[in-house]
Design a protein around this ligand. Structure first.
Ligand code: INI
Length: 176
């Protein structure tokens, strides 16, 4: 066991965070605890880029754009979709979930799903609260874990279609 008080080694990983502003009182908590979680794992603030978007529906496009830069080892998506009186909730949830999953598969970059989908505001607040469910902190942990997992495989062969999006796969082999 490491003696307490010994600082963790600095992480070399870089992370992109896309956070939606809709239900901002909840998403700002998610963002704060996610940044906290990354810091606790040795990630410098300068290794994190945060981009804000209007709502959860806009997250996948920005996540894909960030992933395609090749600058990040993982992208973390944070948002809060809370059921209202209309079926809007179901459409937003379905599109956001599908889009976020698609970004990871298309680019080969891990994309973390930190979007809350709840019935009520109080459920969302509880999930964002670092002293209870701490979904922001959990997203940070998952991002570091996935960055490590994918590093094990190095640069893998991209499929014929799909990963062409990512600059990471488009770099010429070294020596060329
Ligand atoms: N966006 C959210 O992030 N959460 C919600 O709960 C929500 N609701 O309920 O409507 C929501 N809607 C906005 C949507 O994500 C888009 O920003 C908007 O439709 C513009 O494209």
């Amino acid at each position: 066991m490491k003696p307490s008080g010994v600082p963790r080694p600095r992480s070399q990983f870089r992370f992109g965070i896309v956070v939606s502003l809709f239900n901002r009182s909840v998403t700002s908590r998610l963002l704060a605890s996610c940044l906290d979680g990354l810091a606790r794992q040795g990630v410098k603030r300068s290794a994190i880029e945060v981009v804000k978007v209007p709502g959860a529906f806009e997250i996948p496009l920005v996540a894909r754009t960030m992933a395609a830069t090749g600058r990040f080892d993982a992208i973390i998506c944070l948002g809060a979709v809370i059921r209202g009186e209309t079926p809007h909730f179901d459409y937003i949830c379905a599109e956001t979930t599908r889009g976020i999953g698609q970004v990871a598969l298309e680019t080969g970059i891990p994309v973390i799903f930190g979007v809350l989908t709840t019935e009520t505001v109080s459920q969302a607040v509880e999930r964002a609260d670092p002293s209870t469910f701490d979904r922001g902190g959990a997203a940070a942990k998952a991002a570091v874990q996935m960055a490590k997992v994918m590093k094990r495989f190095g640069k893998t062969t991209p499929p014929k279609e799909g990963w062409a999006l990512s600059r990471r796969w488009n770099k010429p082999p070294s020596g060329h």
